[in-house]
Design a protein around this ligand. Structure first.
Ligand code: TYM
Length: 330
């Protein structure tokens, strides 16, 4: 059976981009494969963050994932910093990763532009990501499109380490994408992203979904209510495709083209659809919030399971690299 691994940063709310691009896939795949899902707090500290909020955000992320359907009977859910082997393997991988490869990463280039002094952690971010996956020798990584380049580098790191220390030891993991590989944010142009503030959280209350959707950008050429719109140029229409049935989506498209509906009408339908879709998720999240000890227990048990796999890998890695105590031949 193949093993899947994926991760999410606790750097903000779980939004519908994360959900459609990755989390929905994790919930589906957890029944078919061995599955590990990690809340990557060590990744979250590579950018400015609120120290006093990190624990709460990690806890909230666990609630969002469990409420979305991550089932700990099928899947190991844990926090990255609870398994220190992640950072040990990252250090090992830094010794085989070319600096030029890290400098070429699109996300590094984008994020470093916003920093006055670029921190090494930001550059080494994809090395830690490679360690996350390869520590468990996972071969599939369900992610959104923005992570594909990191996955390419991950395979390169695995190849380099294998060539130097032990042929075939680490697998070369492949990205697994959904049809929602890149959800555009409410600004209608950039990727939906916590850092851009163009998101809708999956646990948002109905009124707040509407407040966020109301000013969202639609087909820019549709100025007056009576102008016919082009659904293919409208991000709101593309979201309808994920939350409505085929018939409803066709109705949205035809009312947009004929100007039968204005953009506000169209957004009202979407707001209702999103709100209904996530109602059971909101309800499960409320139950989990009322029981923080249960959430901590789940993360604790997940970390213990993850550590038993991670410890074995690190022991073997040290051995192959001549690091294990007593392994020297002198
Ligand atoms: P993160 O926390 O930014 O996002 C978590 C997952 O959500 C996907 N995603 C999206 N998919 C479609 N459209 C969007 N607008 C959108 N926004 C986010 C991401 O592609 C991701 O799958 N580096 C990773 C976390 C990570 C990781 C790993 C992932 C650390 N270690 C190991 C896989 C394996 C990240 O920042 O994801």
């Amino acid at each position: 059976m193949s093993r899947i691994f994926s991760g999410i940063q606790p750097s903000g709310e779980l939004h519908i981009g994360n959900y459609l691009g990755a989390v929905e896939n994790w919930v589906r795949l957890q029944r078919q494969h061995e599955c590990l899902i990690c809340i990557v707090d060590y990744h979250a500290i590579t950018q400015d963050y609120d120290v006093s909020a990190l624990q709460r955000r990690t806890h909230e992320m666990a609630i969002g994932l469990l409420a979305s359907g991550i089932d700990t009977d099928d899947c190991i859910l844990f926090t990255q910093s609870h398994v220190p082997e992640h950072t040990e393997l990252a250090w090992v991988f830094m010794s085989v990763t070319p600096l030029g490869d890290l400098e070429r990463m699109t996300q590094f280039k984008d994020k470093s532009k916003k920093q006055e002094s670029i921190r090494a952690g930001l550059m080494n971010y994809p090395v830690l990501q490679a360690a996350d996956v390869l520590l468990y020798k996972a071969d599939r990584v369900p992610v959104g499109e923005d992570q594909v380049q990191h996955l390419e580098l991950m395979r390169e790191i695995a190849r380099k380490w294998n060539a130097r220390y032990c042929d075939g030891y680490f697998p070369e993991p492949k990205a697994q994408l959904t049809r929602a590989r890149r959800i555009i944010g409410l600004d209608g142009s950039a990727k939906m992203s916590k850092s851009l503030g163009n998101t809708i959280g999956i646990l948002e209350e109905p009124e707040s979904i509407w407040k966020l959707l109301r000013p969202a950008v639609t087909d820019p050429a549709r100025i007056r209510r009576s102008d016919p719109g082009d659904p293919d140029k409208c991000n709101i229409y593309s979201l309808h495709k994920y939350f409505g049935s085929e018939d409803q989506t066709a109705e949205v498209a035809s009312n947009c083209r004929s100007a039968g509906w204005g953009c506000i009408d169209c957004k009202k339908v979407l707001s209702e659809a999103i709100s209904v879709h996530f109602r059971p998720v909101r309800e499960r999240a409320a139950d989990l919030r009322a029981n923080p000890a249960r959430v901590r227990e789940i993360l604790g048990a997940g970390a213990a399971k993850a550590r038993s796999i991670a410890g074995e890998t690190i022991r073997e890695v040290r051995e192959h690299m001549g690091l294990r105590e007593g392994s020297a031949s002198w």
